[in-house]
Design a protein around this ligand. Structure first.
Ligand SMILES: *Cc1c(COP(=O)(O)O)cnc(C)c1O
Length: 483
């Protein structure tokens, strides 16, 4: 273990040189004695180099995409082009203030306008708002739009949203927050929507259907046209959770396959480094007759080519969902990413994301149970059931052992409908060599489970902190630094 910064402390050492003080120090009595520090603060005295090494060492104790493979299912932890950061670091962008007069921010408005249009084209929907700042926030916005649609038609009895049990966890939460009642639909043995079961529960109180597509099982729902027929039959609306649109880019458009409303997760599909839970962007796209319910303002273009913030449908809008115009810098990264890749590049994103996931699936299915073994989309779900039944090795143990081998663990114990689940998403940015190394590490772990299960149950062995007591950490959180 390397030394902490307190252990590197050496009295008198410092990392700065200041000119001698040429003003009078605070006159006596200026700060009352009771507010003065009685003892010198115990700070480490170190050089600039010591300080830099301290923070770099700390950062390396963590895992990040520039350090290693990060197959965290449903989160799309992909490499993000550094070009985005250098372009946005330009003061022409970074010094903008949202209260500036429109005439001085024409470039920013143009970017927003074009991004709205690009996302509309990619999704096959008619208009897009950039205001929501997370996937879940987009869901809430979309559901509020559906609510406004029904209110405007006098459909007061429409209180229910149907969603399959393979939905992302935010879907039922958003429905409840938006004031709807959730009706869960059990998936069939292929992990798809059971059409007969759906028909059996649909009635006039259904406001809409919400589908995570691809589902949390990494499966593309092929029956969306039939589902839409049933739902539209009772004047319900079709919502698609498009957080993982990287599987569909340039291949299938939600608007063409039966959906009326969807959200994007720009921070998954279209670049933006994830960290500390944000920031994100969850734009919402809708079909033409729902545009009047979108949050205002929208970016718009006048006939003379100038851009402005359009509040025209304020009276029918669901209202404002965020201060100003959403997370502008995340939206700008998405715009750069889309324009850098172009139409063919975006399609290749989807193709590579899908090929990478299927490559891992096929090579691991002899070693780990894969409960839904059909061709997957950008991710798939394996299970630790074989290892658990034979050796008592749980998915948690497998995940912890991966840390020893230099990998971030996949998403585990989600989705809930697969026992001992491991949700693996390689993303499109990883090479075959990296995938092969990860596959070898997983196969090694399967062998270790056969030969030395106790070692796995005690993993990780090489991380700065060994296995933490999750339950105690939640109840008695203590984040103090103790030397
Ligand atoms: C990540 C994700 C969400 C939620 O997005 P946040 O930005 O974390 O709120 C919703 N649905 C799916 C399918 C997701 O993968």
């Amino acid at each position: 273990m390397t030394k902490t910064i307190f252990e590197k402390h050496s009295p008198g050492r410092k990392g700065y040189t200041l000119p001698p003080l040429d003003i009078n120090a605070a006159p006596a009595g200026c700060i009352p004695d009771k507010f003065r520090r009685q003892q010198a603060l115990r700070l480490p005295e170190v050089s600039e180099l010591d300080t830099m090494r301290h923070f770099i060492e700390l950062s390396h104790m963590n895992h990040f995409i520039e350090k290693g493979f990060y197959p965290l299912g449903s989160c799309t932890m992909k490499y993000n082009p550094k070009l985005n950061e250098s372009l946005l670091g330009n003061c022409g962008w970074s010094d903008l203030h949202p209260d500036q007069p429109e005439s001085t921010v024409q470039g920013a408005l143009e970017l927003m306008f074009e991004l709205q249009n690009d996302l509309a084209e990619i999704s096959g929907l008619d208009a897009v708002t950039l205001q929501p700042v997370a996937g879940a926030h987009g869901e809430f916005a979309g559901l509020k739009i559906m609510h406004a649609y029904h209110l405007a038609k006098g459909n007061h009895h429409k209180t229910k949203i149907i969603l399959p049990d393979s939905a992302h966890g935010t879907n039922p939460a958003s429905c409840t927050l938006a004031g709807f009642e959730v009706v869960q639909l059990k998936s069939d043995e292929r992990g798809m929507v059971d059409l007969e079961a759906l028909k059996a529960i649909v009635d006039d109180n259904v406001a809409g259907f919400m589908l995570t597509n691809p589902s949390t099982l990494g499966i593309f729902e092929t029956q969306t046209a039939q589902i839409a027929e049933v739902i539209h039959g009772v004047d319900g609306l079709m919502y698609m959770d498009g957080a993982n649109l990287n599987a569909l880019l340039g291949v299938a458009r939600p608007g063409d396959i039966g959906f009326d409303v969807m959200h994007f997760n720009l921070h998954k599909t279209f670049a933006t480094p994830h960290g500390g839970g944000g920031p994100g962007s969850g734009p919402v796209g809708v079909r033409a007759d729902l545009v009047r319910f979108l949050p205002v303002p929208m970016a718009a273009r006048r006939d003379d080519g100038s851009y402005f913030l359009d509040y025209a449908h304020e009276a029918t809008s669901v209202g404002k969902l965020h201060s100003y115009f959403g997370n502008f810098a995340v939206n700008a990264r998405a715009y750069i990413y889309i324009r850098m890749l172009g139409a063919t590049g975006l399609r290749r994103v989807a193709e590579n994301a899908i090929i990478n996931a299927n490559y891992i699936l096929r090579r691991l299915e002899k070693h780990f149970l894969v409960p839904y073994p059909q061709t997957c989309m950008h991710e798939f779900v394996a299970s630790g059931d074989w290892q658990k039944k034979k050796h008592g090795v749980k998915t948690l143990d497998i995940a912890k052992r991966l840390l020893d081998k230099g990998y971030h663990a996949p998403t585990i114990y989600f989705p809930l409908i697969v026992s001992e689940a491991m949700m693996i998403e390689p993303t499109e940015t990883e090479s075959k060599q990296t995938l092969d190394e990860f596959i070898e590490a997983m196969i090694e772990i399967a062998t270790e489970a056969d030969e030395n299960p106790d070692m796995l149950k005690a993993a990780p062995h090489s991380t700065p902190v060994r296995r933490v007591d999750d339950t105690r950490a939640v109840r008695q959180l203590d984040v103090r630094f103790v030397t």
